[in-house]
Ligand binder design. Structure first.
Ligand code: HAM
Length: 413
């Protein structure tokens, strides 16, 4: 019978890739925990409406990329393409704002987007996601960004580029929209992609985000969004930048950074790498002050980000894999029970290692001990069994010594 393969854009993660993911998650828990973030686990499947309303009907994610289907109860459901909308739903449903003035929530897990797969772009990918709900002060934005950069540094990623922009607020954004629409109306429509021709009417900001080279060329002289920020937005952004400067976090301002999701206002940011090809954005986020309200909750501001774990893994330096302390080699079948018990005893003493499940020649057993890179090989042959001893072979020096079976763990210190 023919075997069944995984679907395009999906991956199996064996070690050491899976170890890199665990390491990222553990580091994230520690670093984000140090700022007061607690983990929230939300469902992978949500009602489609959450994403349509949250992310925005006119975004590529909602228009083209969602895994949406009817469930057996005839409800339209969607495999989450990102974590934020679901986190907001949970925040509102649990009335968190009545329990705490600031909610710092951290989420990790698989996300699904039906995109064209390429290096660093999967249909199932993993995000580490943080949301800070409650504060409108720019200090929350600055703390969040510094926390993200600290996390990236701790997993060995320095030298990434932090890009920032400010998208304005409910008051000043309409003025920019108007200016942008006027600018777009003056462009040669035949030089724009069909999506952008539609976006010009429905959601002009999205045109700035288009990756099609012809469109990029056309928008080169589009009005600068920062010039349209109102006084309050300007002040907000300047505090964020001031703190980053004082903390010594390098950044660059990119007035074209509008992000691919509709919920952002004021601070937006991305962390990019020039080392992983076209899909260089390893993290992105920003402020979304109207989102909780748009999803039917109270008018609570928030700011957050997500990193793509697959992209981080591509950039992470190789980490040393911890060596096992022992391999128990069995030369005589009569020693198999004893070998397994030795393994258990050594592990109970805090050591790590493996035990042979079958008696084999010394040569093949040593080969196996070498293969798992054990520090010591514990050899159980016929003589050792009779004498209640074992041979301990140092796999680095080749030195061998006969030691009593009792208290074997102490020989490892
Ligand atoms: P996003 O920019 O859509 O933002 O995704 C965040 C990160 O997820 C990207 O920078 C990238 O590293 C990774 N990513 C996205 N799509 C893929 C893919 N197909 N394959 C591999 N990695 C991918 C959000 O999702 C927002 N929810 C972030 C946020 C949280 N904003 C506020 N709070």
């Amino acid at each position: 019978m023919s075997s069944i393969n995984k679907m395009k854009g999906f991956a199996d993660l064996f070690s050491p890739q899976s170890d890199a993911f665990t390491y990222m998650e553990n580091t994230a828990r520690r670093v984000f925990g140090s700022c007061g973030y607690a983990e929230l686990r939300t469902p992978i499947l949500e009602r489609t409406e959450i994403f349509a309303r949250g992310i925005g009907d006119e975004t590529d994610v909602v228009q083209k990329e969602m895994y949406t289907f009817m469930d057996k109860g005839d409800r339209s459901v969607t495999m989450r393409p990102e974590a934020t909308a679901g986190v907001m739903r949970a925040y509102i449903e649990d009335a968190r704002h009545t329990k705490e003035s600031i909610s710092k929530l951290f989420t990790t897990g698989p996300m699904f987007r039906y995109e064209r797969p390429q290096k660093g772009r999967m249909r199932q990918f993993h995000q580490i996601n943080c949301e800070c709900l409650g504060p409108e002060e720019p200090y929350a934005d600055a703390e969040l960004i510094l926390m993200l950069m600290r996390f990236l540094g701790e997993i060995g990623l320095n030298g990434l580029i932090l890009e920032l922009n400010s998208l304005g607020c409910r008051q000043c954004r309409p003025l920019y929209h108007k200016a942008l629409k006027e600018f777009l109306a003056g462009l040669d429509k035949s030089a724009l992609c069909p999506d952008c021709v539609r976006r010009m009417e429905t959601n002009p900001l999205r045109v700035l985000d288009c990756k099609v080279p012809g469109c990029r060329e056309q928008i080169e002289h589009a009005p600068d969004i920062l010039a349209y920020n109102c006084e309050a937005c300007r002040e907000h952004f300047s505090v964020v930048l001031r703190i980053l400067e004082k903390a010594g976090a390098p950044f660059r301002i990119n007035p074209r950074l509008v992000r691919g999701l509709d919920y952002y206002n004021r601070t937006t940011f991305e962390v990019v790498s020039t080392d992983i090809g076209a899909q260089g954005s390893v993290a992105g986020g920003g402020r979304y002050d109207g989102l909780v309200k748009a999803l039917g909750g109270p008018d609570i501001p928030g700011v957050g980000f997500a990193c793509g774990m697959e992209r981080l893994a591509l950039l992470m330096p190789e980490r040393e894999i911890a060596r096992p302390d022992f391999y128990v080699a069995v030369l005589d079948g009569a020693g198999l029970d004893e070998a397994l018990l030795i393994g258990e005893e050594l592990r109970a003493a805090g050591l790590t290692g493996e035990v042979s499940f079958a008696a084999k020649s010394a040569k093949s057993q040593f080969r196996q001990a070498g293969k798992i890179n054990a520090r010591m090989c514990v050899v159980l042959g016929t003589d050792e069994l009779a004498g209640n001893t074992v041979v301990l072979k140092n796999m680095d020096t080749g030195e061998q010594r006969n030691v009593p079976r009792a208290g074997l763990a102490s020989c490892f210190s």
